[in-house]
Design a protein around this ligand. Structure first.
Ligand code: PLP
Length: 385
């Protein structure tokens, strides 16, 4: 997609491309975060306050802030000792597979954030790829339907690991409490572990959707949650995330929290002190106000995008609880042919839904991360097209 857009731009240098394909934030960082990181750098620059290796699981000041604000304040019972800080959700989503047997059966949504599939492929759990269907023989695909808000239903068969992502990339859907309860009940019934990616939870501010799987009764026995400061506080370049694993989560007699701590202390030396100080600043009253304002601006742009796509005649979803709008392509077109049409006729770059798995064919993803001005201009071009 990026290559096609770049080739088109080379051929048409005068066209101002409007990029709605980006999954990256635009910045800048919140001033409270910048101040905290600058202070941390100054500390490291003085012999009396210098710090070398930190705790592999992250500094307590950050884990305490996360436990209090991200979990306990929302009625989710997670303590600082159950949180392990990292350099971001992508590494954690890839690395978590180390805790499970190679033959573990993995279920993924369809469409899906591709990193979960890639991690299963790298671990040898995905079987073989069939180019005709776009599917891996070893994976269980969970269809995501518009009538369910693109959240999957538990399958009939038992599986070992289930990837869930709410708010969802790419569909922009967000799970209801009832949907998550159904998953928790399923997992506790069959022994599956839910791998819950909450990277976009900040976009649920002010809604009644759970921002953590641990808000759902029974989740402490069956779930692991991945958190990220990337989309919440603009940390895509700074890097900071965390995994929450309840002490009650035990499989084959082993505490997964202990196993994960062991894995991290063998393979990881902890995230940077500077990044962790920056992340902790997002929980101060000032920092919270600033990062919320950034997320709110992105949500406004997403809402404009949704309304603009609908006004242009597309059937569109998402855009209220996530930075993404997921739209059906016009009848008779594929994800890629619509991508090309948007590029050539409107100078708008989006992401073809088929890149997110076979269930994404027939859809296109628009991202609001480019900001309100880009979105307004793109929506006007869509309307004209
Ligand atoms: N999870 C989802 C669903 C994402 O969309 C992304 C990034 O786009 C990530 C995780 C990666 O987050 P991080 O930047 O913390 O590695």
């Amino acid at each position: 997609m990026a290559r096609r857009a770049a080739a088109y731009q080379r051929e048409h240098p005068d066209v101002r491309l409007l990029r709605l394909g980006v999954g990256d934030v635009k910045g800048p960082l919140a001033p409270a975060v910048v101040e905290a990181m600058a202070a941390a750098v100054a500390e490291l620059g003085r012999a009396e306050t210098f710090r070398g290796y930190g705790p592999e699981q992250g500094y307590l000041f950050l884990r305490e802030a996360m436990a209090r604000e991200d979990f306990q304040a929302r009625g989710a019972e997670i303590g600082p000792e159950e949180i392990c800080v990292s350099d971001g959700a992508k590494s954690d989503c890839g690395n978590i597979g180390d805790l499970f047997a190679p033959e573990s059966r993995v279920a993924v949504c369809d469409p899906v954030y591709p990193a979960y599939v890639d991690a299963a492929v790298l671990a040898g759990r995905a079987g073989t790829y069939d180019p005709a269907t776009g599917r891996w023989s070893g994976l269980v695909y969970l269809p995501c339907r518009p009538e369910d808000g693109f959240m999957p239903r538990p399958p009939e068969e038992p599986v070992d690991l289930v990837w869930l992502c709410s708010p969802n990339n790419p569909t922009g859907g967000a799970a209801t409490r009832g949907q998550l309860q159904a998953w928790v009940d399923y997992a506790n019934d069959c022994g599956a572990v839910l791998l819950f990616d909450a990277a976009y939870e900040a976009f649920l501010d002010g809604t009644d959707r759970p921002r953590s799987i641990f808000e759902v009764p029974g989740a402490r026995r069956c779930a692991i949650e991945f958190r990220s400061f990337s989309k919440t506080a603009g940390f895509t370049g700074v890097r900071c995330g965390a995994v929450a694993i309840p002490s009650e989560l035990v499989r084959e007699g082993q505490s997964l929290l202990s196993l994960w701590r062991r894995r991290q202390s063998v393979r990881y030396n902890g995230n940077s002190y500077i990044a962790q100080r920056g992340a902790a600043a997002a929980y101060t009253p000032e920092g919270r106000r600033q990062v919320r304002a950034n997320v709110a601006a992105c949500r406004r742009a997403a809402r404009l995008l949704l309304e603009g796509a609908e006004a242009a005649g597309l059937t569109a979803y998402g855009g209220t609880c996530a930075p993404y709008v997921w739209a059906r392509v016009p009848a008779g077109m594929t994800s890629w042919s619509f991508f090309d049409l948007l590029l050539r006729e409107a100078g708008v770059v989006a992401t073809p839904g088929s890149g997110f798995g076979p269930g994404g064919e027939g859809y296109i993803r628009f991202s609001a991360f480019g900001g309100e001005e880009t979105v307004r201009a793109a929506v006007e071009r869509l309307r004209r097209l």
